[in-house]
Design a protein around this ligand. Structure first.
Ligand code: ZN
Length: 250
């Protein structure tokens, strides 16, 4: 299948939105930032070129002033709290989890509270009080404890559910974690985006693109660039900052 054929289903779906007089919301969540790298430079340059707001999920325990400085001239970027140290506390053979039932609830919430405070001291108004759960997993018993420690929203992967705080989820993951470790098949990704758009048209979540700049191969960068080319400036698409999405669903 040619590159243009691969993207055709997205164009058809956007034409459907156009006929319905609707605008689809997209947002970009990029995980695991800690410090400036050439991969981060590439993400910042690409999103800046297309004017796409980006939310970096930053690991509080290991980040510092270098990242703050790097983001100083990137007004299109907001940061969120990506757990505390992105450490796995699950047993071998179990799905990886930092925010599970493996430790006392108060210890986990205390770490998250420290993470939010640390990120606030570093990033000031660039920080959105959004918790991005490492490995997209969080024990349901912790969720009610997030608002009292200052979080306003939570982001995992998949359809958002009613919760004690707002959910702003990602739903299209670029990477093939269990296969090649590189970008997933572009046709499959377009299929995921179209499926999410279809749910979104019926009142479902915005299209939340999930990226991990540190492990992108060329195919991942190419996919993002092509997606931006098609959607940015399209009359039926809007790339939103996560703050707007949180405010919208409030
Ligand atoms: Zn992560």
């Amino acid at each position: 299948m040619s590159e243009s054929q691969i993207w055709q289903p997205l164009l058809y779906e956007l034409a459907r939105w156009e006929r319905a007089g609707r605008k689809a919301d997209f947002w970009l969540r990029d995980d695991d930032a800690v410090e400036p790298t050439t991969a981060l430079d590439r993400l910042l340059a690409l999103t800046e070129k297309y004017g796409v707001p980006a939310t970096l999920a930053v690991i509080p325990a290991f980040t510092g002033a270098d990242l703050v400085e790097r983001l100083a001239d990137a007004p299109h970027v907001t940061v969120a709290v990506h757990g505390w140290s992105h450490e796995n506390h699950a047993a071998a053979g179990e799905k990886k989890q930092e925010l599970g039932r493996h430790r006392d609830r108060d210890i986990v919430l205390d770490e998250l509270s420290q993470g939010l405070a640390h990120m606030g001291r570093l990033h000031g108004p660039r920080l959105v009080p959004l918790l991005v759960a490492p490995w997209n997993r969080i024990d349901s018993a912790l969720i009610a404890g997030l608002v009292p420690i200052g979080f306003e929203a939570l982001s995992v992967f998949g359809a958002s559910k009613p919760a004690a705080l707002q959910m702003v989820n990602s739903n299209v993951d670029l990477m093939d974690w269990h296969g090649t470790g590189g970008c997933r098949d572009h046709g499959a990704l377009v299929g995921d985006i179209v499926a999410q758009l279809s749910r979104s048209l019926d009142g479902g979540d915005a299209v939340g693109i999930l990226t991990h700049h540190l492990v992108h191969d060329e195919a991942a960068w190419l996919f993002l660039a092509r997606l931006f080319e098609i959607t940015v400036g399209h009359s039926s698409c809007r790339w939103r900052g996560v703050r707007e999405l949180i405010a919208r669903t409030r």
